[in-house]
Design a protein around this ligand. Sequence first.
Ligand SMILES: Cc1ncc(COP(=O)(O)O)c(C=O)c1O
Length: 218
Amino acid sequence: MINDAPLYLDHAATSTLRPEASAAMAAISEAGHGNASSQHGPARAAKNALEEAREQAAEIIGSDRPHDIVFTAGGTEADNLAVAGVALASDRREVVVSAVEHKAVLEAAASLERFGYRVTTVGVDSDAVVSPASVAASVSSDTAIVSVMAANNEIGTLEPITEIVAAVKDVDPLIPSPYGRGPGVRVRGDHGEGDRRRSHELVIAQVRWPERRRGSCM
Ligand SMILES: Cc1ncc(COP(=O)(O)O)c(C=O)c1O
């Protein structure tokens, strides 16, 4: 406690909203009440706002395919879609996750065991870093998905996603890389400018999903 105010130490899990984001959300909730799937004026306005948000989200993660952006109601739903949804649509039967994935990812992966999928968990070092070599040793031609978080939601570790993508490229699995807080988080202090740039590269790696499987279920 400082001056009786609680000291908040959980910014890696969830942090304050930028004022611009808060203002944009307030404007939409006041004026953007149309059903984006209808035909009338307010509906078209809502649809335009949605498409604009899609383009902004694509730009943030370095994608030139805004129409591939799928909005979900929350992180757990996104994890289910990216892990269980994609695995169930694949003809491969193996899923690889890091030991430090969010519980929602681990449970989505575990739920696949019921359907006959093998789930392999890759360990981490004392800084919670996943080694690309360990991931490479865990994949096979039957690996549908490798899920490694880009930024750890508890201790902020940035995982070497670009290197992991390179290490498994022969197997060519889908690589959902949960980045719950990543795009909006400002990396400061000891991490320096270099790491900040790196975190943007990580997000770009996250959207390099193989062309041949586009449209299968996302
Ligand atoms: C990767 C990941 N999945 C799931 C969640 C949970 O999100 P929600 O409460 O929106 O379902 C979080 C939240 O920190 C997250 O970082």
